[in-house]
Design a binder for this molecule. Structure first.
Ligand code: ADP
Ligand code: ASP
Ligand code: MG
Length: 428
């Protein structure tokens, strides 16, 4: 008997009919002789609707109350899913993140899981029941307040539970047939990738492929939990996110093809570019700028320093950060204006990050040349560049992002013959 964790995203449980369809799928997995633990997200776009509501009643909703509000979405879906399963004759019991033992730090809105103590889940399994856990939430160890793990965090709940319960696999059910070479909403010719390594998926999630929450992939890699991403609307094979060793074995057994050089293209429109204008060109200035940002807990992504103007001895430093933290970044820098001695701050939120990811880049020369040629041929201007061993990212105008993704997808030979299916969801 295997223990399987199954996570269903919001679009998979958007309405009563979907909840009943998912209930059937869960019960079928149980009847096939498995133990099943379910993690569920809020129905449809409910989390966004709750966020909108909060912003209508308050100009600056307190983070603690925001988490209390947002976690209510998952409470609804877990209870109705348990009811639908009961209707099919199985015993299902819903648990909040706190009841399921998801212990986090106290960082509201972006809490990290620090421990998982799933004794109630184990008790439910021992009683032959199907435990259903509310995704994306936990309870802070110190304050005992309810926390959330950040948008898309139900994936992380599922992997954390799979690791703690030593499940054989963590299945992530969503509204597309697995992980594709690009977001099928942007590139209809995107190709399903049957296998991807944790490392490649980490890069893809980090640069905007929201199909898996970044922390879920980090967690899965650390605890070596196989992730199986697939559609709750079809029976197709999906994608396995696993270690390179598992892929090598699958290739040796003829179950997988050689891995492609490039695994995918992704874009992210949630960054802002901030330029610190007129920074004195002397040692210690960059340190002072980035220390001020670090002290304000701002995550910096790309950085560019322009050549200094000989006449003034001053230079401009630009960086990108998540748009949601840009106001805090500006305040942090403003408070150090005289100490750092810069002249001005400019913010630009009309930017996008476009990235190409593939482990094959390590051993394959010419990828950068092809990358920049493809963008040049599409007449797309590159404003910033950053690379890792297996990724190239650039900042472009937001209006160019879609074209950039499509141009790269075609240039690297990733276009499939058919069209990828998007079964549901608003893509919000
Ligand atoms: P869920 O509600 O099930 O958690 P999400 O909306 O968080 O679903 O994630 C699924 C969506 O991720 C897809 O509908 C798709 O638009 C998007 N996506 C982005 N990049 C990719 C990719 N490379 N492969 C598959 N889906 C992707
Ligand atoms: N409902 C939460 C969100 O929309 C968590 C999740 O779906 O993973 O972000
Ligand atoms: Mg998601």
């Amino acid at each position: 008997m295997s223990l399987i964790v199954q996570k269903f995203g919001g679009s998979s449980v958007a309405d009563a009919a979907s909840v009943k369809r998912v209930a059937r799928r869960i019960v079928d997995t149980k009847l096939a002789g498995n133990e099943v633990v379910v993690v569920v997200s809020a129905m449809g776009d409910m989390t966004d609707e709750l966020l909108d509501l909060a912003n209508q009643v308050s100009s600056n909703p307190p983070a603690r109350e925001m988490d209390m509000l947002l976690t209510s979405g998952e409470r609804i879906s877990m209870a109705v899913l348990a009811m639908a399963i009961a209707d099919l004759g199985e015993d299902a019991r819903s648990y909040t993140g706190s009841q399921a033992g998801l212990i986090t730090d106290a960082a509201h809105g972006a809490a990290r899981i620090i421990d998982v103590t799933p004794s109630r889940i184990q008790e439910a399994l021992a009683a032959g029941a199907i435990p259903i856990v509310a995704g994306f939430q936990g309870v802070a160890f110190d304050t005992k307040d309810i926390t959330t793990l950040g948008r898309g965090g139900s994936d992380t709940t599922a992997v954390a539970l799979a690791a703690a319960l030593k499940a054989s696999v963590c299945e992530i059910y969503t509204d597309v047939d697995g992980i594709f070479s690009a977001d099928p909403r942007i590139v209809p010719a995107a190709r399903r990738v049957p296998f991807v390594t944790y490392e490649e998926m980490l890069e893809l999630s980090a640069v905007g492929a929201k199909v898996l929450h970044l922390r879920c992939v980090e967690y899965a890699r650390r605890f070596n939990v196989p992730i199986h991403v697939r559609s709750s609307f079809s029976q197709l094979d999906g994608t396995f996110v696993v270690s390179p060793e598992v892929i090598a074995t699958a290739i040796a057994e003829g179950k997988a093809m050689e891995q492609p050089i490039i695994s995918g293209v992704a874009s992210d429109v949630n960054d802002a570019k901030i330029t610190v204008v007129g920074v004195p060109d002397k040692p210690g200035e960059a340190a002072a700028i980035f220390r001020a940002l670090a002290d304000a807990s701002i995550n910096i992504d790309m950085i560019v320093q322009n050549i200094s103007a000989a006449a003034t001895g001053r230079t401009d430093v630009s960086f990108t950060c998540p748009v949601g933290t840009s106001k805090k970044a500006l305040e942090a820098l403003e408070s150090k204006r005289s100490a750092i001695g810069f002249e001005n701050l400019i913010i630009d939120d009309q930017v996008a990050k476009v990235s190409l990811v593939g482990a094959g880049m390590r051993s394959h020369p010419g990828v950068s040349a092809d990358f920049f040629t493809a963008l040049a041929d599409a007449d797309i201007n590159v404003e910033m560049i950053s690379t890792s061993e297996i990724r190239i990212s650039v900042v472009t105008r937001v209006d160019d992002a879609k074209r950039a993704v499509q141009a790269l997808h075609t240039a690297f030979g990733l276009d499939a013959d058919g069209e990828a299916v998007v079964y549901g969801g608003s893509g919000r």
